[in-house]
Write a new protein. Sequence first.
Length: 240
Amino acid sequence: MKITKRFKNKADLIAKYNEMYRSRPDKLQDVQALYRWILDILAPAPGALLLDVGCGSGALIQEATKRGLFACGIDISWEALNLARKTNQGRVLICEGETLPFPDETFDYVTNIGSLEHFLDPLKGVHEIIRVLKGSGRAAILLPNSYYIVDIIWHVWRTGYGPDHKQPLERFATCGEWRDLLIQGGLIIEKCLKYNFIIPSKTDDLLHYIKNYRKLLLAIIAPFIPFNLSYSFLFICKKA
């Protein structure tokens, strides 16, 4: 597992994320099609309770609300939550993913999309997901690959260094390594899917790719990328 740390302490970590959301919020949000894809896989019934841990600017909460779910989110960045509140009626809280302010077995679904790898203590974060998830609930966790083929060719080959997404705290691992961590934390993995960006099908997707045109090129080559060399992995899990 590759770990990169660019902060001095917890307060510095939060300050760096606040600055990132203040200066370039779109850099920390993926194409909206990703959040629709994840909800399609979970297939939650209207009225279900969903928690998005590390919700950022609230893109997944917004999609879940459109489907009739009662969705809320948490994040450590108040700048991110200021953006989220503009579209999610204030159903967001500032707190750490390792210490969730909810009773046991509250939620039908818990999502953690590109966030767990940035936690100070990912294993504790997994334990909290399990704690607040109902017995019959499902969790969707998206995690980055340390051997993404584009990174190997474009970044490692050119620089001699591993993948880097320029965030204050990063972890990259293989599918098997992430699987081991989630199982160690107490989750049962029902399935794992590869994610290599999605061809735009709606206006909001196209607008995102216009700002991040490199991602569109990556989406075009996505069908040709082998599973274990994918950009990231989506784990669908339940409680042990």
